[in-house]
Design a protein around this ligand. Structure first.
Ligand code: BES
Ligand code: MN
Ligand code: MN
Length: 465
């Protein structure tokens, strides 16, 4: 009955609810690039206005040492439970621009095979403006239909895509005002539009930059080639040596703290539907790749990884220049699983990389941002509420999955606020997050707005028990 009223409200406001998101997507809130500082702030201001319009109180741009957190709340009764909603209004850089079929900040709606009802193509459509804004609209809906059953506090940050460097201190400084019972986040994915799922864990991250230094200047590759170490050759060899023939990582100590999942758990994880042929077809790869003895779900969920994100050095201009470069660089990231720790793994990597460098080069290893892996219990009222809500709107019980990406702040929510996060994502992994032509299905957007109020309803009921 209640959901019928909500569905009705959404139906009547469909167009506006979509147009508001499209407006948000037009602002290029790229947190990594200082040229876009004004746009990031403009986006924060826009989110603030929308929260006020939706009916939130005490809405403000709460200052940090970086971009502000948009805060807002609605306390209907201090005796009732409180849901803390986290999301981010910043987006990844859009480049390479020439690989986009339409400009990244001029949203267009197009149909795709997986989104026959249409999808919004724009940077941030799925990650995370579209998913974050579902919460603002679900809140508006509950306010308008008089069905908000508990308290809510919003904290929407603007630095997630650069590792949330200022959010930890902000949480600590705002502990009192952030009292609540659960954290609700839509910044992950479901398996498919007819296969709802809820992530029960996220990987952590250790991100490194390495520099290999050879001779003091670029050299003639004929005059010196063969007699002096080429830093690019050396770097490639060092990187290659990080995996063995089974694609197992060779760094000593790397797996020491990796929790071995039980056969029972692995079976459960692999029970979720997965079509290898569709997976390969979507990516246009001849085969999948990964650690021997593990399935794709396991490789991307419960196993740690090491990947080069970028590598450069030497001559990359037009034509050929015969040069033996002086330096080579790479950015290398490692995805971590419980109970690995990002500082420890960074040190282990640094020691290893320095130890395998031949005397003919110097190596500098610099750690960037990191984050800790997390696990979410399926027994909590929060998970149960999310599961019941999705069961109602999808007509199917969501399967527990493990997300391969990272949201570093989730571990800090647990540490500083003692709260579990519910990873209530509605996007698809194939929505091209961080890639050209990122998109978000209209089905997914509206389904999220329809499902979120049911989370509030079930959470309020379960919390009482
Ligand atoms: N929303 C993603 C994380 C994500 C995506 C988790 C899909 C699970 C499934 C988030 O915005 C993100 O991209 N995080 C970064 C980490 C950060 C430190 C830059 C990541 O995972 O690379
Ligand atoms: Mn995100
Ligand atoms: Mn992201």
């Amino acid at each position: 009955m209640e959901n019928a009223t909500n569905k009705n409200y959404l139906e009547q406001n469909k167009e506006r609810v979509l147009n508001e998101l499209l407006d948000l997507l037009k602002i290029p809130s790229i947190s990594a690039d200082s040229n876009y500082k004004a746009d990031v702030l403009k986006t924060a201001e826009a989110v603030k206005q929308r929260l006020i319009e939706a009916g939130a109180d005490k809405v403000e741009l709460s200052a940090t040492n970086g971009f502000p957190v948009v805060y807002g709340e609605k306390i209907i009764d201090p005796a009732k439970p409180t849901v803390l909603v986290y999301g981010h209004y910043d987006v990844q850089p859009a480049d390479p621009l020439d690989l986009w079929d339409s400009p990244p900040f001029e949203p267009v709606i197009k149909k795709t095979a997986l989104h026959p009802d249409g999808a919004i193509f724009a940077r941030g459509s799925c990650d995370d403006k579209g998913q974050m804004y579902m919460h603002v609209k679900a809140f508006e809906l509950m306010m308008k239909t008089n069905s908000l059953p508990c308290n809510v506090k919003f904290m929407i940050e603007g630095e997630e895509e650069v590792g949330s460097p200022n959010l930890g201190p902000w949480i600590v400084a705002n502990k009192d005002r952030l009292k609540g019972d659960v954290i609700l986040i839509s910044d992950t994915s479901i398996i498919a539009n007819d296969t709802p799922s809820i992530d029960t864990g996220l990987r952590g991250l250790a991100y490194m930059e390495v520099e290999v230094i050879g001779p003091n200047r670029d050299l003639h590759s004929g005059v010196y080639g063969g007699g002096v170490a080429n830093p690019i050759n050396i770097l490639c060899k060092m990187i290659a040596s990080c995996h063995d023939e089974n694609n197992h990582i060779t760094i000593p100590g790397f797996y020491d703290k990796v929790k071995t999942e039980t056969d029972e758990y692995r079976k459960e994880l692999n029970a979720a539907p997965f079509n290898l042929e569709d997976y390969k077809k979507d990516l246009e790869v001849g085969d999948v790749w990964g650690e021997k003895g593990y399935t794709t779900f396991e490789r991307t969920g419960i196993r740690p990884t090491l990947d080069v994100n970028g590598i450069w050095g030497g001559y990359i201009g037009e034509g050929a220049k015969t040069v033996l470069p002086s330096k080579a660089f790479a950015k290398i990231s490692m995805r971590l699983v419980p109970d690995q720790n990002s500082d420890e793994i960074s040190k282990i990597f640094q020691n290893y990389f320095e130890s395998i460098a031949p005397k003919s080069v110097k190596v500098i290893v610099k750690p960037h941002h990191g984050g800790e892996p997390i696990k979410v219990s399926t027994n909590s009222p929060g998970y149960q509420a999310a599961s019941l809500a999705m069961t109602e709107t999808y007509g199917k019980k969501p399967v527990p999955t493990r997300g391969g990406g990272s949201i570093p702040i989730v571990a800090l929510f647990k540490k500083e606020l003692g709260l579990d996060s519910i990873l209530f994502g509605f996007g698809l992994d194939s929505d091209a997050l961080h890639s050209p032509n990122e998109h978000y299905g209209l089905f997914n957007y509206y389904k999220g707005i329809e499902t979120i109020p049911l989370f509030y309803k079930h959470f309020t009921q379960l919390h009482k028990k």
